[in-house]
Design a protein around this ligand. Sequence first.
Ligand SMILES: Cc1cc2nc3c(=O)[nH]c(=O)nc-3n(C[C@H](O)[C@H](O)[C@H](O)COP(=O)(O)O)c2cc1C
Length: 163
Amino acid sequence: MKTLLIVHHSMTGGTAQLAQAALRGAGGEPGVVARLLKAPQAGPDDVLAADGYLFATPENLAAIAGMMKDFFDRCYYPVLGRIEGRPYATVVCAGSDGQNAVRQVERIATGWRLKPVAPALIVITHAQTPERILAPKQIAAADLQQAEELGAALAAGLALGVF
Ligand SMILES: Cc1cc2nc3c(=O)[nH]c(=O)nc-3n(C[C@H](O)[C@H](O)[C@H](O)COP(=O)(O)O)c2cc1C
């Protein structure tokens, strides 16, 4: 059995819906167990026990969410040198941009020597005003479909051992 670890944080629900969709997609793959953890619940043991990763975060203030940063801060050195070559992908939920959050995840993953196996999925919610930014999000079906497909692709690659 291979394990796909999905670590996420979400303030207004968008990233959580995308992470759930990826979990659904991964769940259809025999031979793969997909684990969905909120960032504060995920630690070095979870990272070490997984064969591949999906990191899902909102972009907040042109950065990954603080809770995701905390996850990486807690896990970075305990697992450094012990997960090299494992595959990963990134999902970013953003109001209008998302690029810098992707860059940050990529830099951390490069430090871990993880292998990117899919282009980052950036989902734009078009929330621009404080009211809309703070409102609960409803991610469009087409975007959820993309996240589901990403989860399925990660799981399939793990099951086949092609990464
Ligand atoms: C404090 C804060 C800062 C934000 N900064 C950015 C930003 O720099 N770039 C961007 O595209 N969206 C930004 N947003 C918008 C969120 O990325 C967007 O609302 C996204 O849907 C949040 O994901 P979530 O629903 O999983 O919390 C920000 C939102 C908050 C609350």
